[in-house]
Design a protein around this ligand. Structure first.
Ligand SMILES: Nc1ncnc2c1ncn2[C@@H]1O[C@H](COP(=O)(O)OP(=O)(O)OP(=O)(O)O)[C@@H](O)[C@H]1O
Ligand SMILES: [Mg+2]
Length: 276
């Protein structure tokens, strides 16, 4: 098999060639609530899986939406391939907890749906079909192109959502709790599939999760978000080989470190923190 070739950055970008997304000193507040997060800086490199981990309500989804160009930060900058981000970038794609398939389109047309928008670089019909077919094969749905969303299990529907994202050939895939509505066995299958498929697709991923084990099983790097306003409390770079289930001692040691950091991060900023 040929070694993966890094994709060339588009002309005119001054980004470090390895950086897909860079965020500096981001803050955000909703109109009728206090600051959600403050002073968040992070970078995502090509083909890197970064997990943004934190407790419920700490601002993970909001941060993902800002990084994806769906919301505008109150302060700070987001750069995608070196260019300031003002709207979702055509070389990015999103997957959410719900697959959100259109019930009147079959699997093939749902998977191709993300290729029709005006900011997507134009591709002809034959190339588009080939891409969709390849994406569906990558998620294990070859042969199910003509099925309807109502005929799919939750796991299969999420595979179509992943194929829809991959068909855009994203540099960066944003995924917000994509497997949290699935049963434990399907979730484990999907976690393994995600790692395999994004490595083959040479895409970077920002995966939001509140599941410590999910983060440990898939991430190259874990960013722990905590506090009010939310901030990146700690980060870990993981070198445990895949599949990580085969390295239970390393996984357990990291889980304990993360749990303790999570407690410390929340306690440090809790309004009624009890000194221990
Ligand atoms: N549209 C909105 N308007 C006002 N406040 C909001 C809005 N969306 C979220 N919030 C608030 O912002 C904070 C962060 O919410 P966010 O959804 O980003 O957290 P989260 O870490 O993704 O939580 P979860 O793990 O439960 O998904 C919460 O206090 C939430 O109530
Ligand atoms: Mg969320």
């Amino acid at each position: 098999m040929n070694a993966p070739q890094p994709l060339a950055p588009p002309p005119g970008t001054d980004a470090a060639p390895e950086t897909v997304l860079g965020a500096e000193r981001l803050s955000f507040a909703y109109a009728r609530s206090g600051p959600v997060f403050a002073d968040v800086s992070l970078g995502i490199r090509r083909r890197e899986i970064v997990c943004l981990l934190g407790g419920s309500g700490c601002g993970k989804s909001t941060l993902l939406r800002v990084l994806a160009g769906l919301e505008t930060a109150a302060a700070g900058t987001v750069r995608f391939l070196g260019q300031p981000l003002t709207r979702p970038h055509p070389r990015s794609a999103l997957v959410f907890q719900q697959a959100s398939l259109l019930p009147w389109l079959n699997v093939f047309d749902n998977a191709g749906f993300g290729l029709g928008f005006k900011h997507q670089p134009a591709i002809d019909a034959a190339a588009r079909k080939a891409r969709v077919r390849e994406a569906l094969a990558a998620v294990g749905l070859a042969g199910r192109e003509h099925a309807w969303p109502a005929e799919l299990s939750g796991g299969q529907a999420q595979r179509v959502a992943l194929a829809r994202a991959l068909a855009r050939e994203p540099e960066l895939l944003f995924a917000d709790e994509p497997f949290s509505a699935l049963d434990a066995i399907t979730r484990a299958e999907m976690q393994a599939l995600l790692v395999d498929v994004v490595h083959r697709w040479q895409a970077a991923v920002l995966l939001v999760t509140h599941d410590i084990d999910e983060a440990i099983l898939v991430a190259d790097r874990i960013l722990l978000m905590a506090g009010k306003p939310g901030h990146i409390h700690r980060a870990w770079t993981l070198s445990i080989p895949h599949p990580r289930e085969d390295h239970p001692e390393a996984v357990t040691a990291l889980r304990l470190q993360i749990l303790s950091a999570l407690r410390a991060g929340n306690a440090a900023t809790a309004p009624h923190a009890i000194p221990s």
